[in-house]
Design a protein around this ligand. Structure first.
Ligand SMILES: NC(=O)c1ccc[n+]([C@@H]2O[C@H](COP(=O)([O-])OP(=O)(O)OC[C@H]3O[C@@H](n4cnc5c(N)ncnc54)[C@H](O)[C@@H]3O)[C@@H](O)[C@H]2O)c1
Length: 284
């Protein structure tokens, strides 16, 4: 096993990232590989009916795997739906066989489906809850027994500033992201005696396809027929405190790297807000 060093602090560690084909998940994969980790990424790689923008593709997943390989690290990549617990367990088993362990989990897969409480049907509600909340449970359920047995692990659930506040028109998303924080805190307490930390990150607006799409632009600027990126920027900045409409994925990666590090070993059950100050408006 490669020993950790200043240049490769995660050498010898294996990270599993759900929803890793693009966006924030890809950024986490590339950076953790640069820092020495072997990486396993999974993604759905097809679209979901209630989601008004395209999800990642198998080509996207292959590109993430290429970025990891470019760093000279091993990569396992697979099409897996986080809604399927058996598939998540099988993926984690495959990762342990191929890469030797599962040390760090970034439960990142998610969708943002819009809809009114007056018109949303049951399947629209369920798709978001099943992916964003049950999907995090499934990933943790698959990884937790191994982390507990090896008495070392890092689990990071990706919530949202909408997991600590709310916006109209996205009730299932908001509910799912509040749920992720509760799930992380409960699992943190259960595994506190086993060397496993469990934390959530609550990003603000992050510059990925999840926000740069016509459906979200229309939610942000209902007064315009076909709002553009420039049209929505002021409204997006209004969700933050600092005057920036969106933040780059690499800034979420920096928080992931910190929570996965040795230095964060006594941080568990916490939420790190990376949201340009939005959380300053929340309760303590
Ligand atoms: N972009 C933002 O503004 C923002 C803000 C706060 C939180 N988040 C959260 O960050 C996480 C990453 O989102 P992103 O911004 O990179 O968006 P993204 O759409 O680029 O990435 C999400 C990934 O999850 C995958 N995915 C969706 N359903 C899946 C399923 N059932 N199984 C496996 N993979 C699935 C998608 O294919 C996609 O690759 C999500 O949990 C999202 O809710 C995003």
């Amino acid at each position: 096993m490669t020993e950790p060093s200043d240049q490769a602090p995660f050498a010898g560690r294996v990270v599993v990232i759900t929803g890793g084909a693009r966006g924030q998940g890809r950024s986490h994969a590339a950076e953790l590989a640069r820092l020495g980790a072997d990486v396993a990424v999974c993604d759905l790689c097809h679209d979901v009916a209630s989601v008004g923008y395209p999800l990642a593709t198998e080509d996207d997943l292959a590109e993430t795997a290429r970025l990891v390989a470019d760093q000279g690290r091993r990569c396992v990549s697979s099409v897996v739906d986080v809604r399927d617990l058996d598939a998540m367990v099988a993926f984690v088993d495959e990762v342990r066989t191929e890469l030797g362990s599962v040390d760090i989990l970034v439960a990142n897969a998610g969708v943002s489906a819009l809809g009114s409480i007056c018109t949303m049907d049951a399947s629209e509600w369920s798709e978001t809850i099943d992916i964003n909340l049950t999907g995090v449970f499934n990933a943790m359920r698959a990884a937790a027994p191994h982390m507990r047995r090896q008495r070392w692990g890092r689990m990071i659930g990706i919530s949202s500033m909408m997991g600590r506040s709310a916006n109209p028109g996205i009730p299932a998303y908001v509910a799912s992201k509040w749920g992720v924080i509760g799930l992380c805190k409960s699992v943190a307490l259960e595994l506190a005696g086993f060397g496993v930390t469990v934390n959530a990150i609550a990003p603000g607006n992050i510059s990925t396809p999840m926000i740069h799409n016509d459906a979200l632009y229309a939610l942000m600027r209902p007064d315009l027929d076909h709002p553009t990126r420039e049209d929505v920027a002021p409204a997006m900045a209004g969700l933050h405190a600092q005057p920036v409409p969106w933040i780059e994925p690499e800034e979420i990666t920096a928080a992931v790297v910190f929570l996965a590090s040795e230095g964060a070993r006594h941080i568990t059950g916490s939420v790190i807000d990376v949201d340009a100050g939005a959380s300053a408006r929340f309760t303590a």
